[in-house]
Design a protein around this ligand. Sequence first.
Ligand code: DSN
Length: 432
Amino acid sequence: MANHTATASVLELIRKADPEIGNLIDAEAKRQATTIELIASENHVSGAVMHAMGTCLTNKYAEGYPGARYYGGCLHHDAIETIARERACRLFGATFANVQPHSGAQANQAMMMALLEPGDTFASLVLKDGGHLSHGMKINFSGRFFKPVHYPLHYDKGHAEFERIDYDAARKACLEAKPKIILCGYSAYPRVIDFAKFRAIADECGALLVADIAHIAGLVAAGVHPSPFPHAHVATTTTHKTLRGPRGGLILTNNEDLAKKIDKALFPGAQGGPLMHVIAAKAVAFGEALSPSFKAYGAKVIANAKTLAASLASHGYRCTTGGTDNHLMLVDLRAKDANLTGADAEAWLEAAGIVCNKNGIPDDPRPPRVTSGVRLGTPAITTRGLGEADVKQVGAWIDRVLSAGLKGDAERETAAVRGEVAALCAKFPLPA
Ligand code: DSN
């Protein structure tokens, strides 16, 4: 396989030791190489990021922080973690970075443990409107141990801001509930977030503002989405979405007192030993994101998303809010056909080599395993190098597959599109 050539020798080694797992990894590499990845939270990392994770750093316990570990032998780990922190701070204009969260959800867990007491109230957008599990879902730690109040979108179809955040209603809800934290930043929201407006609300009701920039971190780093700083007191994020790093989390702040609380809440509060091989890969990814080419990448991600949204609109689909400002769009499939569900669309598209996820749209009458929408994102296809014409083609394929599915003719059409998708993918190898 052309992509990840260094992986080929590693793969041989794994196969020799464990053919069952080696073959499955190989099959997955082939799946990724031959399909179009439209899951908005996924990306294709560089070979350097990939291989930093497969190193001897995984052998080491480094509980604690640089210069203050609970194990000997951490000399190089201290240096790596310090570089990762410094690069993260430079990337986001922050003074303190904790690079140890194993995931975005654990970054949020540590953030809440640092800033809230059990039972305290925080404000957020509910999951069904585009929020995240860790923003107060009932069975998640955030909903079990803390008290979420949810601020709304504009739900009135006639409103110019339909399906966008209703900042006036958010202000009212926060003034009433007096949350300790206001959480902004979402998993399925296609528009720019007005951090300054949220900070004004936070100041008015005496709350801290936390921005969960998991989805948009790469766009912020590239300077193509407004930064949460200086408005947010704390920002949490994942490192593997638009930021194109390894799977993991990150917490940032400009406040030294908050930074100390966050460090303690993360370790020993929420986690034990840090994943030092992943932290090294984070450092490599942050270095890549600091390069001028990453700015161009961020701009292309958004341009491709706008092109895809326009292409789908031209085929009769409706993107919520009427389009996108960022890397993702939520497609309301009912505009095409009242019977079309997210579950069917996801399955038919996957058979055609186009991978995405069903997603509820605001006010969705269908349950989460069915949904009336799909969420599509352009971070991964932009990494591969797809441009405007290719993205329009992807829009046309999506329509071809879904239209055939609606006619009960998905199989023949998906097989034809699958071949065309594979041919396009061959022109855009994954990063080496
Ligand atoms: N599961 C992630 C997503 O797909 O957006 C959020 O953590």
